[in-house]
Write a protein that binds this ligand. Sequence first.
Ligand code: NI
Length: 222
Amino acid sequence: MMLSIPDVLNAEQLQQCRAALEGGNWQDGRLTAGHQAVNVKANQQLAQDDPLTQQLGDFILACLAQHPRFMAAALPLKVVPPRFNRYAEGGTYGDHIDNAVFSVPGTPHRIRADLSATLFFSELEEYEGGELVVQDQRIKLPAGHLILYSSGSLHRVEPVTRGARLASFFWVQSLVRQDEQRSVLLELDDSIQALRQQVPDSPELVRLTGIYHNLLRQWTQT
Ligand code: NI
């Protein structure tokens, strides 16, 4: 599954986050890299226990919960608290696959990463390079847009050769673990939403909606 979701944040929300991030206390990203990643990671991050991380992370989670397209695509059960990174001056993150399970600091909770997400805070013209490359697809989205992709995918961030690339990243444990099943549900949901516009009174719409929920019931793990 690979999906870009536009306008997770509006212009005003974006500007507030940007202002806060630019004054952030950025630290060497290698502090949080695992054994594999430490050799390929060269970026900056906000500490996970930085109050700004928690404040902006909560804000992003609230925005996502209100976003129908994100909810329909990810079918989130649990979300790892969002983190923040900054790539500048050649900053890069070489090929890797994300960890399978994340602990939530300060809690006993563990979250399986089914989907990886990057929310972009920098406009396209503000930096050069910095593409997220997921299994040979090159992704660079405008500020406020989000990319969702399977956590099992090999991916990297190309070196940023001019300017700075600010982003948030996090992982989702989905109600539906299998990518293929989640994709079927999203296509069915999209079709139902379109029919709701075209033939709102159709009895078949009721039946199709029932089929959606019955498939979800079969495939959901909580
Ligand atoms: Ni990664």
